[in-house]
Design a protein around this ligand. Sequence first.
Ligand code: FES
Ligand code: MG
Length: 601
Amino acid sequence: MFALTAEITKGLRSRAWFDNPGNPDMTALYLERYLNYGISREELQSGKPIIGIAQTGSDLSPCNRHHLELAKRLRDGIREAGGIAMEFPVHPIQETGKRPTAGLDRNLTYLGLVEVLYGYPLDGVVLTIGCDKTTPALLMAAATVNIPAIAFSVGPMLNGWFRGERTGSGTIVWKAREMMARGEIDYGGFLDLVASSAPSTGYCNTMGTATTMNSLAEALGMQLPGSAAIPAPYRDRQEMAWRTGKRIVDMVAEDLKPSDIMTREAFINAIRVNSAIGGSTNAPIHLNAIARHLGVELSIEDWQTFGEEIPLLVNLQPAGEYLGEDYYHAGGVPAVFGQLIEHGLIDESVMTASGKTVGECYRGAVITDENVIRPFDRPLKERAGFRVLSGNIFHSAVMKMSVISQEFRDRYLSNPEHPNHFEGRAVVFDGPEDYHHRIDDPALGIDANTILFMRGAGPKGYPGAAEVVNMRAPDYLLKQGISSLVCVGDGRQSGTSGSPSILNASPEAASGGGLALIETGDRVVLDLNDGRLDLLVDDAELARRREKLAADGGYQYPAHQTPWQEIQRGIVGELETGAVLEPAVKYQRIAQTKGIPRDNH
Ligand code: FES
Ligand code: MG
């Protein structure tokens, strides 16, 4: 068989399609079809790199829709630097629109994009990121294929306002729902209040999963410095598109690949930035997934080891007051990096997509509004990272310390004889429908000393892992001023929620995790000194329950509704290890390890 050598491809994968003298028939076949929209043979055989624009915007994905417009400036930049742009659609992922979960589509988009990046004549790619799972899906695929890649964010929406106060994406939903439960607003008022938080194109303007993941894509080095926080409608966003387009062409010339940028040190930098920004509890899932596709060691424990001690600097909802525009004006990711670098918490030698190191890009970056981004020695909260808990019913679960309110701390963690220690009675729900159906039923006996459990909400059980673990207290408790109970579950929580829930419990009930064994009425103890949550049920009783569950056929979850639900359930892993498609992990750096795929005719 004719082998393609580096001499023939001259380092460019696309030449194997468009300029392969050893195989004129196929070269002609590839060329003629790509010529058919007016691009010339001269261009395709010029030796210019072909740059893909992985387009995540569409009518079905409103958060990223502005990328349809921004792609024009990406193309300008690509062309100006001597590349040829080829834009293509990515399977849509809309966090708020996709049922049963967008989590299910993160891995589907990943799979699809791996095939596109590997199987088409692309030398480099711009990853258009934004809405929650678009960022990890695209970075995961770029990690697996490992051709030069740069991320480009769509940017957050403008700030939402209602009667002179900022209304932030998602966060306003939890707040408005409580107001409605207390009778302060009616259904129409509820909808108006929620809609006010979405005033323009762009992604969620709170420090939810979108702002988190876009910030971390920059912290990992995969976006140009200062790119993450620019609001979607700002002119600066258009300018950054042009710069990003220019830069990817140079990255191809330099052969600067995701594996050169996203090293273990880059992930540790990102963990620290995540604590300082008050990032979402979805971040460990997504970053662990990207790391696994690169073959970089990263464990759930690393999030506590490197992140817990970091203070909260960014004053954005849900942990704070402000929103995306304010974050940008205060200095965005560079200002956060600047503070962490000054305190010796960042590995400055890590390479970034810009071709410069983290230190070269960010050392000395200043805060321009200290209300929004606090200096390191005047933080909003000390030790604001995640606690990684373990216990007798799960191997790991994550708790976001930056959102623990004083009310919650006073009620649950301030017993003078036993600080950071709380014992309560379990009330268990199997999925959100069960929860909605029964939460307000006084017969359940829910009071301030109840611990609410949500199970069947993980990657396999739901499927895709739903953001349903942060459970609102019953209306009768809300009226008494008790809004947050301790919640535990094998699902996720929206990054826009300020609940101090215990999330991402792994293994999930549906894959044999101990959550399946809890019964309503069991006593449970949360001990934050030791980082444990334990069911106070003796081993013999737990063994008896386990046997009975096995005899009943294991933990029951809803039937598959689509082919992908069934396929994903068969091969997906736990949240703690990224909820990736396990068989995919062995395919790493395939552009280097697998060569160019065979001709198709
Ligand atoms: Fe798309 Fe929040 S729903 S970014
Ligand atoms: Mg969400």
